[in-house]
Design a protein. Sequence first.
Length: 187
Amino acid sequence: MFVRGTDGSAWSKAWSLVPTVTLHLKILTAPTSFTVDQMVEGMRTVYATRGIGVAVGSRENLDLPLLTDLDVGSCTMGSVTTEQTQLFGNRNNVGTNQVAVYFIRSTNPPSNGCAAFPAGRPSCVVTSAASQWTLGHEVGHVLGLNHVDPTDRLMMGGGTWNITNPPPDLIDSERATMDNSPLTPSI
């Protein structure tokens, strides 16, 4: 942007647009090992290494006692349970290209989280016993990333508590996938 100042000089200002994922945090059960803020900060740390921003659009406490222990079935993208459909319908303030994250007590079967969501409702769940890296891992799935074998990577398939050499890594090809997602508009 260029403007002429009151002193007659030309002044300029430039901004860089950053691909950013906007999260809406829906808390049914608070995490026990790390706070929600620590998980968001961990996600920001890892995503920033590849130039992806993380914004929090809203935070809401939900009183849904029948959904705090969520049946996630096989937790396969494109296949959701009735409970997931019901939970992910709670999208107050969530825009079309934004991600709702539900913090719950547990999943059935047990896991740290699950990123299978109904079409048009980008969402994931994170359990109360999750590690500092689970939020970034599950949102990574929502953005199109798959599990990998190396244990020093965010998307490692052996559980985020088993990540070696933290903070975990994202690689260039994962950044490209995230950058191409409609859920990371440049802002």
